[in-house]
Design a binder for this molecule. Structure first.
Ligand code: AMP
Length: 303
């Protein structure tokens, strides 16, 4: 495993691999690597000859300066983990290497990026698209691996890849959780012991909501989820949205048809217009953002 800080050097190495007809898998990360990242790296190694893991805390996707300042960084531990996994390269550039000049590009993939994280973290997805598009162009990977932990990001990255007309296939990987169900995240290490001990309520509540939402209905589910998570006084729910898993647009109605089927109605992104679809298991998802003291956590669940 080699750590490479320079774009030119990475491209030279990848050029050698291409000359040998070897395939390349890319795993973009912001470091502070954990089992969630490791699962993406393992998959990249299974499906490609060479795995490149980028490790870069991308400043342009942080809308909160404190979040950027406190974001965990541990390049030595990251390199050790990648070595043990058998990854080939850790691409760890400086900010100057990635942004020799300010990136003034604007990306917009409505309605995917106007809701949830897009609405609550202005500029976040623009920054994500800036860095991911650069990584896509630099690495020209055969496949790139993204976690469903950041499901909205995954949808936007798919749209970005399509818009760039690149050959890189975007591969989605399931959420890896702690034993108590909390979705693994680099930010978990910033939780106070009290918040960490109680944080399993988020996944537990989403799972139950997913099981019960047909019976409870959409409005009751939302009320119940917020109530459960906020009950202990430790967490504030920033949003809880039930949405179409493909369009990410909010569910506004759920109806049992006389023939026994179920139809759901979602917004379309153009305001009050709605669209109706038959419900099948997993076609709706619950998305949540929770403030846990100074730490913001997100999670999602298929409904
Ligand atoms: P990050 O370093 O947080 O930007 O994440 C890098 C990649 O790892 C993203 O595609 C994330 O969705 C993915 N990832 C982060 N946490 C998890 C997790 N718990 N399970 C699966 N994938 C994850």
């Amino acid at each position: 495993m080699q750590t490479i800080p320079s774009i030119a050097e990475l491209q030279a190495r990848l050029g050698d691999h291409r000359a040998k007809q070897q395939t390349v898998g890319l795993v973009p990360t912001m470091g502070a690597l954990h089992e969630g990242h490791a699962s993406l790296v393992r998959r990249a190694l299974e499906e490609n000859d060479i795995a490149v893991v980028s490790n870069f805390v991308n400043p342009t996707q942080f809308n909160n300066p404190d979040d950027l300042r406190t974001y965990p960084r541990d390049a030595a531990a990251d390199a050790a983990l990648l070595e043990s996994l058998g990854a080939h390269y850790m691409f760890a550039p400086s900010v100057e290497e990635m942004y020799p000049q300010p990136d003034t590009r604007h990306f917009s993939f409505p309605p995917l990026d106007t809701v949830m994280e897009g609405a609550n973290r202005p500029g976040h997805f623009n920054g994500v698209c800036q860095i991911v598009s650069k990584l896509f162009s630099i690495v020209e990977a055969d496949r790139a691996y993204f976690g469903e932990k950041d499901y909205q990001q995954l949808c936007i990255v798919r749209a970005l890849a399509r818009s760039m007309g690149i050959r890189t296939e975007v591969v989605d990987c399931p959420i890896v959780r702690e034993e108590d169900g909390l979705a693994k995240s680099s930010r978990n290490q910033l939780l106070s012991p009290e918040h960490r001990a109680a944080a399993s309520i988020i996944h537990r509540t989403l799972k139950t909501a997913g099981r019960e939402f047909l019976r409870r209905g959409y409005d009751d589910t939302r009320r119940w989820v917020v109530e459960q998570i906020e009950a202990g006084g430790l967490f504030q729910v920033e949003y809880f949205t039930q949405a179409d898993a493909n369009t990410l647009q909010e569910l506004v109605n759920l109806e049992r048809n006389p023939e026994g089927g179920i139809t759901f109605t979602c917004k379309t992104g153009e305001g009050i217009e709605t669209i109706q679809k038959p419900y099948t298991q997993g076609s709706i998802m619950g998305f949540i953002a929770v403030q846990a003291g100074p730490v913001r956590l997100i999670d999602n669940q298929r409904f």
